[in-house]
Design a protein around this ligand. Structure first.
Ligand code: BG6
Length: 493
């Protein structure tokens, strides 16, 4: 793709310093995202990328690896030369530990560009965040216009997340902190805002008067991959619900902000998080299901159980979770939000379904069931919106009707390249737009609600329901004993 100079925003020249710069996330997501935006002609300014690593990695092997990932993610018509030029922009600097003398080379490099903004991207375990921030501060590398990007997990509990925040805010102010949740960078997730707030049709019916229930599902066919140690400490609740699914829920449930500005949007999301009804010991067995996958078959391939995957046979970590949640406010009185996510499910499939209420009175003589309207917002694998509505079946036989979907395929409707979530988020950091990043009070509210679940699980000793890998998760039979809500329209889509 040729450079287009489509965008006219001003960018302050920047140094992007990626700690954990030779890690998987940096190679797979961060550098390719920058490269794509560079190819789109969005950087009308100069910039440097510095990959910081603690390991003793040679520049040439890093570069080889980087080229491999850039090529994999490049558009078909991208020139090899452009890839090589970009890869040369990424400087590898080894910083063995967090102390001033180890930071000398990094400081010398950054100080060559005194007018540039320094953006520090922490793509390391969160235990390293505090020491890195402290050393950056004592080395004088944090300027007024510097920023820090924090990757999840931001702790494992409210307390540990607060602790990370205390350490980070010794060096950076809230206005400089960008807590990333890549779900917010997905095009279809951003489209939720447009769908809700740019279409009068939906907003008028977006409440408990008209909506019966809302279902948010993120199913993955992948297992824990190479992240056994991390995952076994988190589980599906902390890995997916605490951040991604709650952010989706916020966008669906929040009030319209009066302006599309960072704090206006975040204030509204915060209100939703604070209004989430805590899950108590009394209702946890009824309102949550936790599960763990056993051996199974995915796309014809035999896959291991979770316990075999992590080689830790006593683990009680959940790889599936489903929760019936309520947002206790005026708009959502008694509307259940069914949220669920799991690893090693039958396929990668994410969607938000708004199930509207039945019509108030059926005038049709057959009295055949009238299905509810459904608005389906499919996020993955294909991006599409469907509005399911009752439609008359043509021909004789009186009024016969059937649910038919009006479909909007996002990709077919727009011929543009579909950007990766990280592209949008990194650009927003560079430009200083915090709208799509979590504020500390949001994070705290999310943790408080999550802790109502973890503590209830702990005190009731709730067990995992086992489910076979390659299925839709815990089966009806078991769930029905619990409560049949979980499978409601789970499989009929
Ligand atoms: C990450 C989780 O945040 O999101 C992973 O840590 C998960 O476990 C991933 O696989 C899912 O992201 P996506 O964009 O593939 O749906």
């Amino acid at each position: 793709m040729t450079k287009k100079n489509r965008h006219t925003e001003e960018f302050i020249p920047f140094n992007l310093v990626v700690f954990g710069g030779d890690g998987d996330l940096a190679l797979r997501k961060i550098y390719p995202a920058l490269f794509h935006r560079d190819q789109d002609g969005q950087f009308l300014t100069d910039y440097n990328v510095i990959a910081v690593t603690r390991k003793n990695v040679s520049g040439s092997s890093f570069n080889e690896n980087l080229l491999k990932f850039l090529k994999e993610s490049a558009e078909e018509d991208t020139s090899e030369n452009d890839i090589t030029i970009f890869s040369k922009k990424v400087q590898l600097i080894q910083v063995a530990e967090a102390n001033e003398s180890a930071y000398l080379e990094l400081a010398a490099y950054l100080n060559k560009f005194p007018s540039y903004q320094n953006i520090f991207y922490f793509s390391t375990p969160s235990s390293a965040f505090g020491p890195i921030a402290e050393t950056l501060k004592s080395t004088g590398l944090i300027k007024k216009n510097s920023k820090v990007v924090l990757e999840k997990p931001l702790g494992y509990s409210l307390e540990s997340s607060n602790e990370i925040n205390i350490q980070i805010t010794k060096a950076f102010s809230e206005k400089q902190i960008y807590r990333i949740d890549h779900y917010l960078g997905k095009e279809t997730v951003q489209n939720l805002m447009v769908l809700r707030f740019a279409n009068n049709l939906f907003e008028r019916a977006w409440d408990s008067e008209h909506i019966d229930n809302i279902q948010i599902t993120v199913s993955e066919s992948l297992g824990v991959e190479k992240r056994a140690a991390y995952y076994d400490n988190s589980g599906a609740l902390l890995d997916m619900v605490q951040n991604h699914l709650l952010q989706l829920l916020c966008l669906v449930a929040m009030e319209p902000p009066h302006l599309l500005e960072a704090d206006e949007v975040r204030n509204e999301k915060l209100k939703v998080l604070r209004a989430l009804r805590p899950i108590s010991k009394k209702n946890v067995a009824n309102d949550t299901v936790k599960g763990q996958y056993t051996r199974g078959n995915i796309k014809g391939e035999q896959v291991n159980s979770y316990l075999e995957d992590i080689e830790e046979y006593q683990s009680k970590t959940e790889t599936f979770v489903a929760i019936k949640a309520y947002v206790d406010n005026w708009r959502w009185k008694n509307v259940p939000f069914y949220i669920r996510t799991g690893k090693r499910m039958i396929k990668r499939y994410s969607e938000i379904v708004i199930n509207f209420k039945e019509v108030r009175h059926n005038i049709f003589p057959s009295k055949e069931k009238l299905n509810n309207n459904k608005l389906i917002i499919r996020l993955q694998p294909e991006e599409r919106i469907e509005l399911v509505q009752m439609t008359k079946v043509p021909g004789p036989g009186g009024y016969r009707y059937k649910p038919i979907a009006l479909k909007l395929d996002y990709i077919d409707s727009f011929k543009e390249r579909f950007p990766e979530a990280y592209e949008r988020l990194i650009i927003d950091v560079i430009r200083g737009n915090q709208t799509l990043f979590m504020r500390q009070d949001e994070l705290q509210a999310a943790w408080s609600w999550i802790e109502s679940i973890t503590s209830s699980w702990k005190s009731t000793g709730q067990n995992n329901v086992l489910y076979e890998a390659g299925t839709w998760g815990p089966g009806d039979d078991i769930l029905e004993e619990n409560d049949s809500w979980i499978t409601k329209s789970w499989r009929d889509q």
